[in-house]
Design a protein around this ligand. Structure first.
Ligand code: HAM
Length: 418
């Protein structure tokens, strides 16, 4: 029987893994300069956590969650995103007692039962950041600037930063009414989901992907026109700070997020080089979630980058994967054993050394050196062992250096220190 990965799920294998590791390392380096600390959250949580925060009438909760009963009869869900899990931990461990802003990042897999297509998977990876305890839009601007820096540092260019404000619980009821008035007469033309959501959560109609619904909602009022004084001021200041920090952005009043928890600032980073799934990262403010989860009212803001969306954009430009520093090519049984020992000693000095376990022909060992991209080789034969000397061939420049069979000397030559 042959086994295969599930639909929408993929293995990440070398050499691609080195691109993933480079992105992760670049992100970690930038998170450090902003004081974000790593947090590792469980992949499985109580289902209620996601229903409560993401929203009962969202596509994620209604259609896309991997939810099942565990053997104890509890409803559990593979996390479809990180923010809800993060806020659960934030409240559970009273992280709000630390001086604000408390800043965290996470990396890991998320699960959504979506229809797989290019850039859309059922298991996908996010790098996320969350900052808590500060209401001031300076933090919004700073976190967007940090996201921009991360994306730039991994070589992404030509991205659009789309920013909007989606109001708060003060101004949303007015907007909700205005939207309902607009949709009311057209409602029979909308899909069943939209009709059902009209009373429950009409804002979700703006997120429907059905072409007829997209057409019918053209000209719908924009939330920006309904912002309360506080939200308006927050948004104006955010735009000012983004200008100050030189983060190029456009205001997109039609930006709709697929999660209900957002308040005020919402943003999405898109790339025209991608197909239909062109959002490479997205985020926003969620000032009510901690309160909702039983913690003290605490504002929060964050984002998540979609790893699978950025890999194809940088695959060609990112540095080549590492290759071995040295391949030891033994000729004969005794040399093969010595080679094993040298390899071990050179690795202790921090070098990546490959040893040939079987003494095959020199020609086939050279072929291997080329195939694995060895930066240097040494041929270890009877003569070399007798004289205690060896030639180190630099496979890139072609230079050959004679040295004694001493691992300290060899390491220096391989490192280019001699
Ligand atoms: P989101 O917009 O649902 O936000 O996802 C963030 C990013 O994850 C998307 O922009 C996209 O790049 C990637 N993504 C989402 N779904 C898929 C998928 N099925 N396949 C591949 N990539 C995908 C959130 O998840 C929020 N938790 C972000 C956030 C953090 N907001 C505040 N803090």
């Amino acid at each position: 029987m042959k086994f295969k990965t599930l639909k929408g799920v993929q293995d990440i294998l070398p050499p691609d893994i080195s691109i993933w590791q480079q992105i992760e390392a670049a992100s970690r380096a930038i998170f450090k300069t902003y004081g974000y600390q790593e947090i590792r959250l469980p992949i499985i949580e109580s289902t209620d956590i996601f229903i409560r925060s993401i929203g009962e009438t969202t596509d994620i909760v209604e259609k896309e969650m991997y939810t099942f009963q565990d053997k104890g009869g509890r409803s559990v869900t593979l996390r479809p995103e990180g923010t809800a899990s993060f806020v659960r931990a934030y409240v559970e461990y009273h992280l709000y007692n630390e001086p604000p802003p408390q800043k965290f990042y996470y990396m890991g897999p998320m699960f959504r039962y979506e229809r797989p297509q290019a850039g859309r998977y059922r298991q996908f990876y996010q790098i996320g950041a969350e900052a808590m305890g500060v209401e001031d839009p300076k933090l919004d601007a700073e976190i967007i600037a940090m996201l921009s820096k991360i994306l730039k540092s991994i070589g992404l260019a030509g991205l659009n930063f789309e920013v909007t404000s989606i109001g708060c619980k003060e101004c949303r009821p007015d907007y909700r009414e205005a939207l309902k008035n607009f949709l009311h007469d057209k409602l029979s033309g909308f899909c069943n989901d939209c009709q059902r959501r009209f009373e429950l959560n009409p804002l979700r109609i703006l997120d429907c992907k059905v072409p007829d619904c997209i057409n019918l909602r053209k000209g719908a009022p924009s939330v920006i026109a309904y912002l309360c004084a506080d939200c308006k001021e927050h948004f104006e200041k955010l735009k000012h700070y983004l200008g100050m920090l030189k983060v190029p952005h456009t205001i997109n009043p039609n930006l709709v997020r697929g999660l209900d928890y957002y308040t005020k600032t919402a943003f999405e980073v898109t790339s025209e080089s991608l197909g239909a799934q062109k959002a490479v990262a997205a985020g926003g403010r969620y000032d009510g979630m901690v309160d909702d989860f039983g913690g003290p009212p605490t504002p929060g803001i964050g984002f998540a980058i979609g790893m699978e969306r950025i890999i194809p954009l940088i695959r060609d430009s990112i540095g080549k994967p590492e290759t071995p520093d040295l391949l030891i090519c033994p000729l004969g049984q005794e040399a093969s054993e010595k080679g094993l020992l040298f390899a071990e000693q050179l690795r202790t000095r921090g070098l990546w050394v490959e040893a040939n376990y079987e003494s095959t022909s020199l020609k086939s060992q050279m072929r291997k050196a080329n195939r694995i991209g060895a930066k240097n080789i040494i041929v270890l034969g009877e003569d070399e062992l007798k004289k205690g000397e060896v030639l180190v061939k630099d496979m890139i420049s072609g230079t050959v250096t004679k040295t004694s069979l001493d691992t300290g000397e060899l390491a220096k030559i391989i490192r280019g220190e001699k």
